[in-house]
Write a protein that binds this ligand. Structure first.
Ligand SMILES: Nc1ncnc2c1ncn2[C@@H]1O[C@H](COP(=O)(O)OP(=O)(O)OP(=O)(O)O)[C@@H](O)[C@H]1O
Ligand SMILES: [Mg+2]
Length: 237
């Protein structure tokens, strides 16, 4: 199977006035096309930093990131975020405050015809159980409802690579348990490669085919075995 996302000896840190503080050092991982992977780690270990770097919002200090065989980030090359076709669900949701839930979800669907855009938006609203809240602004929604809008917005354009930052952290366990198999089904049907970060072992297990552990700036475990996607898809049906 082909690697769709590959990180090769990546080092990331933040440059302050006087010095650079390293967050992740010499980190390598690979993800096959269509796989759903989860990286587990404690608060502050660098999960969001890693996702932001893959998406193109933070620079690398060393190493190389490959997407579908091409270099998107290295010490000499940088492809801007809009060229990467990566869907990103931010940890703080980052919804547009002046747009309704429906318009937030429809935002990335400009390439579709009006009818298709409406269909896809309504399908996503239904998936996350927010059809009745379509016209609400983000500040009229609860934290969990905002998180579901953010998830629907990231899923809607069916990106090649989807990055999910703590996608279920504000949801109750019942909603999470209902959403995970439905989201897995959509991702597997669309062949969407997905990389999720979380501090919840339970969510990581339920959501992913491949799991890793991030500790002290390094990946200490990264499972090489991946579940057979067709079997997983059958199990979700
Ligand atoms: N913009 C920034 N400038 C400087 N340091 C930062 C910045 N953003 C994050 N950090 C530091 O980088 C480290 C990793 O932060 P990050 O947000 O990636 O952790 P995380 O694993 O996502 O944590 P959480 O589970 O709480 O979301 C922390 O020590 C944090 O203080
Ligand atoms: Mg984080």
């Amino acid at each position: 199977m082909k690697d769709y996302l590959k990180l090769d000896r990546v080092t990331i840190g933040y440059r302050n006035r006087a010095h650079t503080s390293l967050v992740l050092t010499d980190l390598s991982l690979n993800l096959h096309q269509g796989e759903i992977a989860a990286l587990l780690g404690q608060s502050g270990c660098g999960k969001s930093t890693l996702l932001r770097t893959i998406a193109g919002f933070e620079p690398l200090i060393a190493g190389t990131i490959y997407l579908n065989g091409r270099i998107i980030c290295s010490s000499t090359k940088y492809e801007p975020p809009e060229k990467r076709n990566i869907g990103y669900m931010f940890q703080d949701f980052a919804l547009f405050p002046h747009l309704s839930a429906e318009k937030n979800i429809a935002f990335g669907l400009n390439r579709l015809s009006r009818t298709k855009r409406q269909q896809q938006t309504h399908h996503m609203l239904e998936l996350v159980g927010l059809t009745a809240f379509a016209d609400c602004l983000p500040n009229e929604l609860s934290g969990g409802q905002q998180q579901r809008v953010a998830l629907a917005r990231a899923l809607a354009p069916q990106p090649d690579l989807l990055l999910l930052d703590e996608p279920f952290s504000s949801l109750d366990s019942e909603t999470t348990e209902r959403l995970i198999p439905e989201i897995r089904k959509i991702l597997l049907e669309n062949g969407c490669t997905t990389f999720m970060v979380t501090h919840s072992k339970k969510e990581a297990h339920a959501m992913s085919d491949r799991m890793g552990l991030l500790e002290d700036g390094k990946i200490t475990q990264w499972s090489q075995q991946t579940a057979d996607p067709s079997r997983v898809l059958a199990a979700c049906a």
